[in-house]
Design a protein around this ligand. Structure first.
Ligand code: IPE
Ligand code: IPE
Ligand code: MG
Length: 228
């Protein structure tokens, strides 16, 4: 599975999608979940190995309580509700981020889906929730220190990540036309390709996975060397 593509998705534009329809922002998040399922099916069809989905950043707690509560509700109810979808399609879920500050019901639901999908292997989805790239590196360093490691190297940091078995992301794609990482995968993006599409996240479907694969295929990855 190691040579399969790992795509990171910054799922942005839910609020703008809703506002343009005179709907509350929460309607955009619900529509975003539907898009996510289409994109996951597109990933399976196109033999993508890993998807890392940016669902909630360490900075998203700054949003109005009502919106944060709605999102936390999605992470508990909808994630459990989609368990048959994950299992029927061979999707294994992993959690990426600091789960500790999440509400108890969200933690319980997420741990349950992780456990009940652990034997699937067609597509691995990392749900990045309360995830920040800076926080990820700090947590990895603290984990290493707690094991008595005294010399911090890139290998030590990488091997102390939440899911060290997941290979670094190959390509990060962001919706809604934004051109920044917003604290997503700061360590592993060192040599990832970056793509930004104007389309708002709730409008994404299987075709957008094909676009990412095509655009990524045109890039010449050099990793500091001279490339092809
Ligand atoms: C992304 O959409 C979803 C989350 C950050 C949870 P936004 O909610 O950021 O949508 P815009 O950027 O306001 O349109
Ligand atoms: C990034 O989107 C976080 C997620 C997609 C979950 P934001 O909408 O929070 O990012 P900024 O604030 O525009 O940088
Ligand atoms: Mg946004």
């Amino acid at each position: 599975m190691e040579d399969k593509l790992h795509i990171g998705l910054i799922m942005d534009g839910n609020g703008r999608w809703a506002s343009s329809r005179h709907l509350p922002r929460t309607a955009g998040h619900l529509a975003g979940l539907k898009a996510l399922k289409k994109v996951a099916l597109g990933a399976i069809k196109n033999n993508v190995g890993y998807l890392t989905l940016y669902c909630f950043s360490t900075e998203n707690w700054k949003r109005p309580k009502m919106e944060v509560d709605y999102l936390m509700g999605l992470f508990s109810e909808k994630v459990i509700g989609e368990l048959p979808f994950f299992n029927n399609n061979g999707i294994k879920l992993l959690f990426l981020g600091d789960m500790e500050p999440l509400p108890e019901d969200a933690k319980k639901a997420l741990n349950q889906v992780i456990d009940e999908t652990k034997n699937n292997g067609k597509l691995i989805i990392q749900l990045a929730i309360n995830y920040g790239g800076q926080d990820e590196v700090c947590r990895a360093v603290n984990r290493a220190l707690s094991k008595g490691i005294t010399l911090i190297t890139p290998e030590v940091i990488r091997s102390n990540f939440d899911n060290p078995e997941v290979p670094p992301v190959d390509v990060i794609a962001r919706s809604a036309g934004e051109m920044r990482l917003s604290n997503f995968l700061l360590w592993d993006s060192a040599y990832a390709e970056f793509i930004s599409y104007k389309k708002l996240w709730p409008d994404w479907d299987e075709c957008d996975i094909v676009s990412i694969i095509d655009d990524f295929g045109k890039r010449n990855r050099k990793f500091g060397g001279l490339g092809k």
